[in-house]
Design a protein around this ligand. Sequence first.
Ligand code: NAI
Length: 337
Amino acid sequence: MDAATTVTITGAGGQIGYALLFRIAAGDMLGPDRPVKLRLLEIPQGVRSAEGAALELQDAAFPTLAGVEVTADPAQAFAGANIALLVGARPRTAGMERSDLLAANAGIFGPQGAAIQEHAASDVRVVVVGNPANTNALIARASAPDLPDDRFTSMSRLDHNRAIGQLAATFDVGAGAVRNPIIWGNHSASQFADVAHATVSGRPVMPMLTERMAGYDTALAWLDDEFVPRVAKRGAEIIEVRGSSSVASAASAAIDHTRDWVLGRDPAAGWVSAGVVSHGEYGVPEGLVSSFPVTSDGSGYRIVEGLALDARARYRIDVSVAELVAEREAVHSLGLI
Ligand code: NAI
């Protein structure tokens, strides 16, 4: 067996934390040969819940689990961390303005970014799940200026997986037959789920949709009126049907995001979507954490460049990126970064 990897999970006493911990401990994220040490960070009110999860982890007797620590101290939680999954965030509550939400989360992700820079392992990789995920990642990144910016990512893999699920259902195939949808922009209602480069069983999706919908215009209308909003608003649909938010699928997406980032991904399996720091790719302003198509050879996520964008895609990406710009400006004007 390899040396143990230290994985820090914030918000570990919460719902996604509970689903995530057992998958990681079972070896689903880093494989059966890599032992993991789990560090569970919570605020004082959440510590008992995380401690309860730690007791259950012990009872599950996972061979890959090399230890569990629960703490409310970020310095202790991030000490030597190789992977940091930042799940705990301040949710929006009734009457809260967007600026209040950004400020409350900057109060979490700013100090956590600084603690990661100071205490984590030199190879640390950070995945932000807690919302607003892209801007929380931007704040954490800004608070850790000595670390390379490719260490900070936000999760849009759940949206990516949802797009795959919708296409698989439409064409009545398994999810494994679908490749290369793209989530562009913000993890919010403005995100753009793009199928222009997607394939199903090796065939491009657009001609398949055109055939199924009896015309290109009706295919585009279906994408605009049904597919794109359904992917973007799937979280609300889950809450309505299940009576509770998407938890297991979010945890599963965090596992997928981290596994592909750290272990690499077979190029034949196509690209995935992740929030990464822009260097101006596809006209996205530098420094924003925006969702892009990415590949990974294990050393890092690389943006897939050179994909053609039509006017519709350009417009929808610009709308979502404008929202990210507005969030960054709000954070700047509040003096939070
Ligand atoms: P939850 O409310 O069940 O758990 C959050 C936990 O975070 C709580 O136990 C809380 O005590 C803890 N926490 C709050 N502040 C903290 C801090 N400063 N340090 C450490 N822990 C802290 O929420 P749930 O369902 O687990 O969701 C977590 C986050 O993930 C939410 O922000 C949610 O919106 C987001 N999310 C993101 C998705 C994505 O696709 N990026 C998908 C689904 C959820």
